[in-house]
Design a protein around this ligand. Structure first.
Ligand SMILES: [Zn+2]
Length: 276
């Protein structure tokens, strides 16, 4: 069984938030065994757990006692993707910087700082019964399975995107190569309505892949980059379960709302089993 890991030294990153358009600074610091991932801002500490989700409108926002931190999913995905279990994340601002819209800048900085193996074993639980969350034509399922496997699919009516399906062996995946580079994307028609709603104020062609009616705004990093970004987001949202869960996961058209509801359902199932 693998042990827990933290960082060898702090990592400081500054940038603009995708949704607020405001500058923010984040310092990811080493943390003790079993600390988990905890955000610190405005005098409040907010554990990266599903019960602290306060909004899922285009991004995942955590909050506690009126203090909020937006767009936590790419940083959380990078942390779990690189095998970091414990970290204190100090945030000056209200949103995690979007950087290039992928998790790659985070992964590079975290790996540059280096990982530090701790003595406690990584918390990993076996699922003993299926868990699912469904909404309309979307759904996420977890079924007991000795390996962590994920089958994911997305469908868009846009002819350039269409239906994309892939599966990933989460215990063996090279997160840095296969998932981290996939960028945030948006359809050109959506951009105007997002701006009208005060969203995506920090969005630009430097931090998001825009899908025009006849082309992408930049060359793709993967043929199925859209699907892989959805997987990146899902892994970040599943970090909110707080432990690794051994299961076969199936995600059909995942969204932050669905992902975080599923993380909560999974968390309640696991906590319920521990108490019994
Ligand atoms: Zn995302």
């Amino acid at each position: 069984m693998a042990n827990q890991h933290t960082l060898q030294r702090p990592v400081c990153v500054e940038g603009v938030g995708m949704h607020t358009g405001k500058r923010c600074r984040v310092t990811v610091k080493p943390a003790e065994e079993n600390a988990g991932i905890v955000f610190h801002l405005a005098g409040e500490c907010i554990p990266a757990l599903a019960e602290y989700v306060v909004s899922t409108d285009r991004c995942t926002t955590l909050g506690r006692d009126g203090v909020r931190v937006m767009t936590v999913e790419h940083l959380l995905s990078a942390l779990v993707g690189t095998g970091i279990d414990n970290a204190h994340i100090e945030v000056e601002g209200e949103e995690i910087p979007v950087l290039d819209g992928s998790a790659m800048p985070w992964v590079e900085r975290l790996l540059d700082a280096g990982l530090c193996e701790q003595r406690a074993p990584r918390q990993r639980v076996q699922l003993v019964r299926p868990v699912s969350v469904m909404a309309g034509d979307r759904g996420i399922w977890a079924m007991p399975h000795p390996e962590r496997l994920l089958i994911a699919t997305v469908h868009y009516s846009h002819p350039l995107v269409g239906t994309q399906v892939a599966w990933f062996a989460l215990d063996k995946i090279d997160y840095r190569e296969e998932i981290a580079p996939a960028r945030t994307f948006g359809f050109w028609e959506e951009v105007e309505s997002l701006l009208a709603r005060g969203r995506a104020l920090g969005g630009s062609l430097d931090n998001a892949l825009v899908i025009f009616p006849d082309r992408y705004s930049a060359s793709l990093r993967f043929p199925d980059e859209v699907l892989r970004h959805k997987v990146l987001d899902l892994l970040g949202d599943l970090a909110l379960v707080g432990v690794q869960v051994e299961a076969l996961f199936v995600a059909v058209k995942p969204s932050h709302t669905l992902n975080t509801a599923f993380a909560m359902a999974l968390r309640q199932t696991i906590l319920g089993e521990v108490e019994q």
